[in-house]
Write a protein that binds this ligand. Structure first.
Ligand code: UD1
Length: 365
């Protein structure tokens, strides 16, 4: 059996790595296509290396652009690759532009599509990823969900229950495997407690007056607490426009590799973010997370008790962060000791591989 995987942007890599591994273990032939949506070494190569992924069989080198340009560029470049390789299944991951583009080209070529991380919904269509999620799920033949809310969302949208498989969280598979290695990547000179910040959503970083307010709130927090902020390239451009500079207490870093960032998350007193994946990773690690969004497609991170949505409210952000940071001085342990959500156990990719191989055997029989 031959499975072609399409990845393109940073959050795809930690999801695809364990699935490639699990399928290879079942004797499946994997082809890895990198769309080139993310192209900086710090956003791509270092992740492939640390996650021990195979070299991509091809890189479509689509680069950046408007949503239409980027999506269309992936479609145009991927079609001949699919025609030539004729896989039995195309696997796509998450909700980035490369995901929906690959699903659409594959479906039009009548190639079966599997979506890893199906069913997540923020119910906010101003978010480009929400459109990518809805369309990718409609185009997919196999929908692998990380949590039961995903199944409910898909059923509500009329998707056949037979296509939906609750498998758990593949990102957690990478985390479980690599956390022991991550510990050695913690900066030895970093004092605790600290707040770890990431920001890259257009709704936060493309709105300059709001971004200015947000940075002022973080700078205020940094008067009392150390703030560590690895900066996404999209955000870097905006910080330059606003004249924000790194300081000893408010440290702006380059985008961090996977292991380094995992180590920073595990020991953070609080993580302040607008990322989807980080809401999940902190839930697994039991680290408090404040999400700078009005909604989340990952409500299980809120019900699990680690994640709070602070929306666009600087007062709430400052108060919640200060409260957690104060509390962390009493709590000396790394992370919390409660259980992660069901099936976030490091074996989601093995479940996916088994379903794919069984389905193929049924087809052949
Ligand atoms: C994309 C995903 C988002 C995901 C995020 C993770 C979409 C719609 N968005 O957002 O869901 O959470 O990746 O990082 O697919 N850039 C570089 N170097 C790179 C990549 C990007 O400098 O290697 C800069 C470019 O200026 C580019 C901008 O970042 O225009 C945005 O990149 P893009 O891939 O369009 O979206 P992200 O914001 O990274």
């Amino acid at each position: 059996m031959h499975v072609l995987h399409v990845v393109g942007a940073r959050p795809n890599f930690m999801k695809a790595a364990p699935v490639l591994r699990a399928l290879a273990a079942q004797g499946v032939q994997n082809t890895l296509v990198h769309t080139g949506q993310h192209y900086d070494a710090a956003m791509s190569d270092v992740f492939l290396k640390q996650l021990e992924m195979p070299e991509p069989d091809c890189n479509l080198e689509v680069g950046s652009g408007s949503h239409a340009q980027q999506t269309a560029a992936v479609m145009l470049a991927l079609e001949p690759v699919l025609l030539q390789r004729q896989p039995d299944l195309v696997l796509v991951y998450g909700d980035v532009n490369s995901t929906v583009a690959a699903a659409l080209v594959s479906a039009k070529l009548n190639l079966p599509v599997g979506h890893v991380e199906a069913g997540l919904r923020s119910r906010d269509r101003t978010m480009p990823e929400e459109i990518n999620r809805i369309l990718t799920d409609q185009l997919s033949d196999l929908l692998f969900t990380p949590s039961a809310d995903g199944d409910e969302n898909l059923l509500r949208e009329g998707i056949d229950a037979a296509k939906i498989h609750l498998v758990g969280n593949v990102m957690v598979d990478s985390l479980v495997r690599l956390l022991p290695q991550a510990e050695a990547h913690f900066p030895p000179d970093l004092s605790r407690p600290y707040a770890l910040v990431t920001l890259h959503r257009p709704s936060n970083v493309d709105d300059l007056p709001w971004l200015r307010q947000l940075l002022a709130t973080l700078a205020e927090l940094s008067r009392q607490w150390l703030v560590i902020f690895p900066v996404h390239p999209r955000t870097r451009q905006k910080l330059l426009q606003l004249g924000s500079a790194s300081s000893d207490r408010f440290r702006l870093l380059e985008p961090q590799p996977y292991l380094e960032f995992l180590a920073l998350q595990q020991r953070a007193a609080v993580v302040i973010t607008d990322s989807g994946g980080i809401q999940e990773e902190t839930t697994f690690l039991g680290v408090p997370c404040l999400t700078l969004r009005q909604n989340t497609e990952r409500p299980i991170t809120v019900t699990a008790g680690t994640n709070q949505l602070v929306g666009r409210d600087p007062v709430r952000l400052r108060q919640a962060a200060a409260e957690i940071l104060h509390g962390s001085q009493e709590r000396k342990e790394d992370g919390r000791k409660t259980s992660p959500p069901p099936l976030w156990d490091g074996h989601a990719s093995a479940r996916i591989a088994q379903i794919i191989v069984q389905r193929q055997a049924q087809k052949a029989g």
